[in-house]
Design a protein around this ligand. Structure first.
Ligand code: KG4
Ligand code: ZN
Length: 334
Protein backbone atom coordinates (compact mmCIF):
# COMPACT_ATOMS: atom_id res chain seq x y z
CA UNK A 1 0.00 0.00 0.00
CA UNK A 2 1.71 3.24 -1.16
CA UNK A 3 0.44 6.68 -0.08
CA UNK A 4 1.32 10.31 -0.65
CA UNK A 5 0.73 12.45 2.45
CA UNK A 6 0.48 16.22 2.82
CA UNK A 7 0.94 18.44 5.88
CA UNK A 8 0.41 22.24 5.69
CA UNK A 9 -1.20 23.08 9.06
CA UNK A 10 1.28 25.79 10.10
CA UNK A 11 4.61 26.97 8.66
CA UNK A 12 6.01 23.75 7.17
CA UNK A 13 5.05 22.50 3.70
CA UNK A 14 5.65 18.77 4.04
CA UNK A 15 5.06 15.71 1.85
CA UNK A 16 5.97 12.08 2.56
CA UNK A 17 5.61 8.87 0.59
CA UNK A 18 4.87 5.90 2.86
CA UNK A 19 4.60 2.18 2.31
CA UNK A 20 2.24 0.27 4.59
CA UNK A 21 2.15 2.85 7.36
CA UNK A 22 5.62 2.67 8.85
CA UNK A 23 8.06 2.39 5.96
CA UNK A 24 9.06 5.96 5.04
CA UNK A 25 10.13 6.11 1.37
CA UNK A 26 10.62 9.89 1.43
CA UNK A 27 9.98 12.72 3.89
CA UNK A 28 10.40 16.24 2.52
CA UNK A 29 9.91 19.30 4.75
CA UNK A 30 10.15 22.85 3.40
CA UNK A 31 10.18 25.23 6.34
CA UNK A 32 9.14 28.90 6.30
CA UNK A 33 10.87 29.74 9.61
CA UNK A 34 13.26 32.29 8.04
CA UNK A 35 10.32 34.21 6.55
CA UNK A 36 8.24 34.35 9.77
CA UNK A 37 11.28 35.05 11.97
CA UNK A 38 11.34 38.69 10.88
CA UNK A 39 7.81 39.14 12.31
CA UNK A 40 8.53 37.28 15.59
CA UNK A 41 5.96 34.55 14.88
CA UNK A 42 3.89 32.88 12.16
CA UNK A 43 1.86 35.29 10.00
CA UNK A 44 -1.10 33.15 8.81
CA UNK A 45 -1.68 34.88 5.46
CA UNK A 46 2.01 34.66 4.55
CA UNK A 47 2.05 30.97 5.58
CA UNK A 48 -0.86 30.19 3.21
CA UNK A 49 0.78 32.00 0.29
CA UNK A 50 4.11 30.25 0.87
CA UNK A 51 2.36 26.85 0.94
CA UNK A 52 0.81 27.66 -2.45
CA UNK A 53 4.23 28.56 -3.87
CA UNK A 54 5.92 25.45 -2.42
CA UNK A 55 3.47 22.58 -2.59
CA UNK A 56 3.95 21.34 -6.17
CA UNK A 57 7.71 21.44 -5.81
CA UNK A 58 7.61 19.54 -2.49
CA UNK A 59 5.24 16.90 -3.95
CA UNK A 60 7.57 16.37 -6.95
CA UNK A 61 10.63 16.13 -4.69
CA UNK A 62 8.95 13.56 -2.41
CA UNK A 63 7.92 11.42 -5.42
CA UNK A 64 11.41 11.63 -6.96
CA UNK A 65 13.21 10.76 -3.73
CA UNK A 66 10.93 7.76 -3.21
CA UNK A 67 11.28 6.75 -6.90
CA UNK A 68 7.48 6.52 -7.08
CA UNK A 69 5.19 7.81 -9.84
CA UNK A 70 1.65 9.13 -9.35
CA UNK A 71 0.28 5.91 -10.88
CA UNK A 72 1.79 3.88 -8.03
CA UNK A 73 -0.27 5.67 -5.37
CA UNK A 74 -3.10 3.83 -3.59
CA UNK A 75 -4.50 6.78 -1.61
CA UNK A 76 -3.71 10.32 -0.41
CA UNK A 77 -3.43 11.27 3.27
CA UNK A 78 -3.83 14.91 4.30
CA UNK A 79 -3.93 16.99 7.50
CA UNK A 80 -7.37 18.70 7.65
CA UNK A 81 -7.04 20.14 11.20
CA UNK A 82 -6.29 21.50 13.70
CA UNK A 83 -4.19 24.43 12.48
CA UNK A 84 -4.33 27.69 10.55
CA UNK A 85 -7.34 27.44 8.30
CA UNK A 86 -5.82 29.15 5.25
CA UNK A 87 -2.67 27.04 5.54
CA UNK A 88 -4.65 23.80 5.97
CA UNK A 89 -6.82 24.66 2.95
CA UNK A 90 -3.81 24.65 0.62
CA UNK A 91 -2.98 21.04 1.53
CA UNK A 92 -6.61 19.93 1.57
CA UNK A 93 -7.35 21.50 -1.85
CA UNK A 94 -4.20 20.04 -3.38
CA UNK A 95 -4.98 16.58 -1.95
CA UNK A 96 -8.59 16.75 -3.17
CA UNK A 97 -7.53 17.69 -6.71
CA UNK A 98 -4.88 14.99 -6.88
CA UNK A 99 -7.18 12.29 -5.46
CA UNK A 100 -9.90 13.35 -7.92
CA UNK A 101 -7.53 13.29 -10.90
CA UNK A 102 -6.04 9.90 -9.96
CA UNK A 103 -9.43 8.49 -8.87
CA UNK A 104 -8.02 7.20 -5.57
CA UNK A 105 -9.36 7.57 -2.00
CA UNK A 106 -8.51 10.47 0.30
CA UNK A 107 -7.79 10.03 4.02
CA UNK A 108 -8.39 13.20 6.10
CA UNK A 109 -6.06 13.07 9.11
CA UNK A 110 -5.85 14.89 12.45
CA UNK A 111 -2.53 16.72 13.02
CA UNK A 112 -2.35 15.82 16.74
CA UNK A 113 -2.99 12.15 15.98
CA UNK A 114 -0.11 12.51 13.49
CA UNK A 115 2.23 13.74 16.22
CA UNK A 116 1.36 10.65 18.29
CA UNK A 117 2.02 8.41 15.25
CA UNK A 118 5.58 9.83 15.03
CA UNK A 119 6.33 7.23 17.69
CA UNK A 120 5.16 4.33 15.48
CA UNK A 121 7.76 5.25 12.85
CA UNK A 122 10.47 5.63 15.50
CA UNK A 123 9.63 2.35 17.29
CA UNK A 124 8.53 -0.11 14.61
CA UNK A 125 7.13 -2.57 17.18
CA UNK A 126 5.15 -0.02 19.26
CA UNK A 127 1.43 -0.77 19.53
CA UNK A 128 -1.44 0.83 21.50
CA UNK A 129 -2.76 1.00 24.19
CA UNK A 130 -0.58 3.66 25.87
CA UNK A 131 -0.68 7.18 27.27
CA UNK A 132 0.47 10.11 25.10
CA UNK A 133 1.85 13.41 26.37
CA UNK A 134 1.29 15.77 23.42
CA UNK A 135 3.18 19.07 23.66
CA UNK A 136 3.25 21.32 20.60
CA UNK A 137 3.06 24.99 19.67
CA UNK A 138 -0.73 25.00 19.71
CA UNK A 139 -1.70 22.05 21.95
CA UNK A 140 -0.87 20.37 25.26
CA UNK A 141 -2.83 17.22 25.94
CA UNK A 142 -2.64 14.01 27.94
CA UNK A 143 -4.36 11.42 25.78
CA UNK A 144 -5.23 7.78 26.42
CA UNK A 145 -4.62 6.01 23.12
CA UNK A 146 -6.86 2.93 23.29
CA UNK A 147 -6.23 1.85 19.72
CA UNK A 148 -4.75 3.28 16.51
CA UNK A 149 -7.91 5.31 15.88
CA UNK A 150 -9.44 5.54 19.36
CA UNK A 151 -8.43 8.43 21.63
CA UNK A 152 -9.59 9.76 25.00
CA UNK A 153 -8.41 13.19 26.19
CA UNK A 154 -7.73 12.93 29.95
CA UNK A 155 -6.20 16.37 30.49
CA UNK A 156 -5.28 19.51 28.62
CA UNK A 157 -3.98 23.03 29.07
CA UNK A 158 -6.49 25.59 30.30
CA UNK A 159 -4.63 28.48 28.65
CA UNK A 160 -1.30 28.56 26.79
CA UNK A 161 0.16 25.51 25.04
CA UNK A 162 3.66 24.53 26.21
CA UNK A 163 5.35 25.52 22.93
CA UNK A 164 3.48 28.82 22.96
CA UNK A 165 4.81 29.53 26.50
CA UNK A 166 8.36 28.72 25.34
CA UNK A 167 7.94 31.05 22.35
CA UNK A 168 6.63 33.92 24.52
CA UNK A 169 9.42 33.52 27.10
CA UNK A 170 11.93 33.54 24.23
CA UNK A 171 10.56 36.86 23.03
CA UNK A 172 11.00 38.40 26.51
CA UNK A 173 14.58 37.13 26.58
CA UNK A 174 15.21 38.69 23.16
CA UNK A 175 15.51 35.39 21.29
CA UNK A 176 14.18 34.86 17.73
CA UNK A 177 11.20 32.71 16.63
CA UNK A 178 10.71 29.76 17.10
CA UNK A 179 11.74 30.29 20.69
CA UNK A 180 11.58 26.78 22.15
CA UNK A 181 14.93 25.50 20.85
CA UNK A 182 16.59 28.88 21.60
CA UNK A 183 15.38 28.96 25.22
CA UNK A 184 16.58 25.40 25.65
CA UNK A 185 20.01 26.22 24.19
CA UNK A 186 20.39 29.23 26.48
CA UNK A 187 19.28 27.10 29.45
CA UNK A 188 22.14 24.64 28.91
CA UNK A 189 24.57 26.95 30.68
CA UNK A 190 22.11 28.26 33.27
CA UNK A 191 21.34 27.41 36.91
CA UNK A 192 17.81 25.97 37.08
CA UNK A 193 17.54 26.62 40.83
CA UNK A 194 18.29 30.34 40.64
CA UNK A 195 14.75 31.67 40.08
CA UNK A 196 11.73 30.24 41.90
CA UNK A 197 8.77 30.08 39.52
CA UNK A 198 5.13 29.14 40.28
CA UNK A 199 3.71 25.69 39.52
CA UNK A 200 0.01 25.12 38.94
CA UNK A 201 -1.72 22.02 40.27
CA UNK A 202 -5.25 20.90 39.45
CA UNK A 203 -7.30 18.08 40.98
CA UNK A 204 -7.86 16.68 37.51
CA UNK A 205 -5.16 16.24 34.84
CA UNK A 206 -5.25 19.74 33.31
CA UNK A 207 -2.28 22.07 32.93
CA UNK A 208 -1.83 25.84 32.98
CA UNK A 209 1.19 27.73 31.70
CA UNK A 210 0.05 31.34 31.64
CA UNK A 211 0.99 31.85 35.33
CA UNK A 212 4.60 30.80 34.87
CA UNK A 213 4.83 32.75 31.61
CA UNK A 214 3.63 35.93 33.37
CA UNK A 215 6.01 35.31 36.30
CA UNK A 216 8.92 35.09 33.82
CA UNK A 217 7.87 38.31 32.10
CA UNK A 218 7.51 40.16 35.45
CA UNK A 219 10.85 38.86 36.71
CA UNK A 220 12.59 39.94 33.51
CA UNK A 221 11.18 43.47 33.88
CA UNK A 222 11.92 43.65 37.62
CA UNK A 223 15.51 42.40 37.39
CA UNK A 224 16.38 44.61 34.40
CA UNK A 225 20.16 44.68 33.88
CA UNK A 226 20.69 42.25 36.78
CA UNK A 227 18.76 39.48 35.02
CA UNK A 228 20.78 36.35 34.30
CA UNK A 229 19.00 35.16 31.16
CA UNK A 230 20.61 31.71 31.17
CA UNK A 231 19.38 31.06 34.73
CA UNK A 232 15.85 32.28 33.96
CA UNK A 233 15.70 30.12 30.81
CA UNK A 234 16.90 27.09 32.80
CA UNK A 235 14.49 27.74 35.72
CA UNK A 236 11.55 28.11 33.29
CA UNK A 237 12.43 25.00 31.29
CA UNK A 238 12.97 22.92 34.40
CA UNK A 239 9.73 24.00 36.13
CA UNK A 240 7.59 23.39 33.02
CA UNK A 241 9.15 19.98 32.33
CA UNK A 242 8.72 18.93 35.98
CA UNK A 243 5.04 19.87 35.87
CA UNK A 244 4.46 17.97 32.61
CA UNK A 245 6.27 14.84 33.76
CA UNK A 246 4.84 14.71 37.29
CA UNK A 247 1.25 15.02 35.99
CA UNK A 248 1.90 12.37 33.34
CA UNK A 249 3.28 9.91 35.90
CA UNK A 250 0.29 10.61 38.20
CA UNK A 251 -2.11 9.80 35.33
CA UNK A 252 -0.24 6.55 34.67
CA UNK A 253 -0.36 5.52 38.33
CA UNK A 254 -4.05 6.37 38.80
CA UNK A 255 -5.12 4.70 35.56
CA UNK A 256 -2.85 1.66 35.56
CA UNK A 257 -1.10 2.58 32.33
CA UNK A 258 2.49 1.36 31.97
CA UNK A 259 3.54 2.80 28.57
CA UNK A 260 3.87 6.49 27.69
CA UNK A 261 4.81 8.22 24.43
CA UNK A 262 5.98 11.80 24.00
CA UNK A 263 4.68 13.78 20.98
CA UNK A 264 4.59 17.27 19.39
CA UNK A 265 7.25 19.89 18.68
CA UNK A 266 8.28 20.32 22.33
CA UNK A 267 9.12 16.59 22.46
CA UNK A 268 12.42 17.74 20.88
CA UNK A 269 13.26 19.36 24.22
CA UNK A 270 16.33 17.78 25.81
CA UNK A 271 15.24 18.23 29.45
CA UNK A 272 11.71 16.93 28.84
CA UNK A 273 13.01 13.83 27.04
CA UNK A 274 15.48 13.10 29.86
CA UNK A 275 13.04 13.72 32.71
CA UNK A 276 10.25 11.61 31.20
CA UNK A 277 12.64 8.73 30.52
CA UNK A 278 14.10 8.90 34.07
CA UNK A 279 10.77 9.16 35.89
CA UNK A 280 9.21 6.38 33.79
CA UNK A 281 12.15 4.08 34.50
CA UNK A 282 12.07 4.94 38.21
CA UNK A 283 8.42 3.86 38.36
CA UNK A 284 8.89 0.71 36.28
CA UNK A 285 7.15 2.21 33.23
CA UNK A 286 8.32 2.31 29.62
CA UNK A 287 8.70 5.68 27.86
CA UNK A 288 8.91 6.17 24.07
CA UNK A 289 10.45 9.32 22.62
CA UNK A 290 10.24 10.16 18.91
CA UNK A 291 13.28 10.49 16.69
CA UNK A 292 14.21 14.21 16.54
CA UNK A 293 13.38 14.45 12.84
CA UNK A 294 9.77 13.39 13.56
CA UNK A 295 9.19 15.72 16.57
CA UNK A 296 8.34 18.96 14.76
CA UNK A 297 5.85 19.12 11.88
CA UNK A 298 6.41 16.62 9.07
CA UNK A 299 4.29 14.52 6.71
CA UNK A 300 5.77 11.11 7.61
CA UNK A 301 3.88 11.15 10.93
CA UNK A 302 0.71 12.24 9.09
CA UNK A 303 1.19 9.38 6.64
CA UNK A 304 1.49 6.87 9.46
CA UNK A 305 -1.70 8.12 11.16
CA UNK A 306 -3.47 8.22 7.77
CA UNK A 307 -2.56 4.57 7.15
CA UNK A 308 -4.31 3.44 10.34
CA UNK A 309 -7.34 5.60 9.44
CA UNK A 310 -7.33 4.00 5.99
CA UNK A 311 -7.21 0.38 7.14
CA UNK A 312 -9.87 1.07 9.77
CA UNK A 313 -12.20 2.43 7.04
CA UNK A 314 -11.91 6.18 7.82
CA UNK A 315 -11.52 7.35 4.22
CA UNK A 316 -13.67 7.99 1.16
CA UNK A 317 -13.70 8.47 -2.56
CA UNK A 318 -13.37 12.22 -3.09
CA UNK A 319 -15.83 12.02 -6.01
CA UNK A 320 -18.50 11.16 -3.41
CA UNK A 321 -17.49 14.00 -1.10
CA UNK A 322 -16.20 17.09 -2.86
CA UNK A 323 -17.03 19.25 0.16
CA UNK A 324 -14.14 18.01 2.37
CA UNK A 325 -13.05 21.11 4.28
CA UNK A 326 -10.27 22.19 6.66
CA UNK A 327 -11.30 22.38 10.34
CA UNK A 328 -9.13 24.85 12.28
CA UNK A 329 -10.22 23.62 15.73
CA UNK A 330 -10.56 19.89 14.96
CA UNK A 331 -10.58 17.84 18.17
CA UNK A 332 -8.63 14.63 18.80
CA UNK A 333 -10.78 11.60 17.97
CA UNK A 334 -13.19 13.55 15.68
O1 KG4 B 1 4.40 20.50 16.78
P1 KG4 B 1 5.04 21.72 16.26
O2 KG4 B 1 6.15 21.57 15.25
O3 KG4 B 1 3.97 22.67 15.64
C1 KG4 B 1 2.65 22.69 16.13
O4 KG4 B 1 1.90 21.75 15.79
O5 KG4 B 1 2.36 23.62 16.90
O6 KG4 B 1 5.59 22.51 17.54
C2 KG4 B 1 6.26 23.73 17.43
C3 KG4 B 1 6.58 24.20 18.83
C4 KG4 B 1 7.10 25.63 18.87
O7 KG4 B 1 6.40 26.32 19.87
C5 KG4 B 1 8.57 25.43 19.24
O8 KG4 B 1 9.09 26.53 19.97
C6 KG4 B 1 8.51 24.19 20.08
O9 KG4 B 1 7.59 23.36 19.42
N1 KG4 B 1 9.82 23.50 20.18
C7 KG4 B 1 10.53 23.38 21.32
C8 KG4 B 1 11.73 22.72 20.97
N2 KG4 B 1 11.70 22.45 19.64
C9 KG4 B 1 10.52 22.94 19.16
N3 KG4 B 1 10.25 23.78 22.57
C10 KG4 B 1 11.18 23.53 23.53
N4 KG4 B 1 12.36 22.91 23.28
C11 KG4 B 1 12.68 22.49 22.03
N5 KG4 B 1 13.83 21.87 21.81
ZN1 ZN C 1 2.53 20.14 15.04
Amino acid sequence: MISLNIETSCDETAVAIIEDGRNILSNVVSTQIDIHKQYGGVVPEIASREHILNISYVVDKALNEAKISLDDLDYIGVTYGPGLVGALLVGVSYAKSLAYALNIPIVPTNHIEGHIAANYITYLDLEPPFLALVVSGGHSHIIKVNDYTSFEVLGKTRDDAVGEAFDKVARVLGLPYPGGPQVSKLAECGDATKYKLPKTKFENYDFSFSGIKTAVINLAHKEGEKLIKEDLAASFENTVCEELVSTTIRVMKENNISKVVLAGGVSANRVLRKKLMEEANKNGYKAYIPDLKYCTDNAAMIGCAAYYNYISGKYYNIKDKLDLNAIANLKVGD
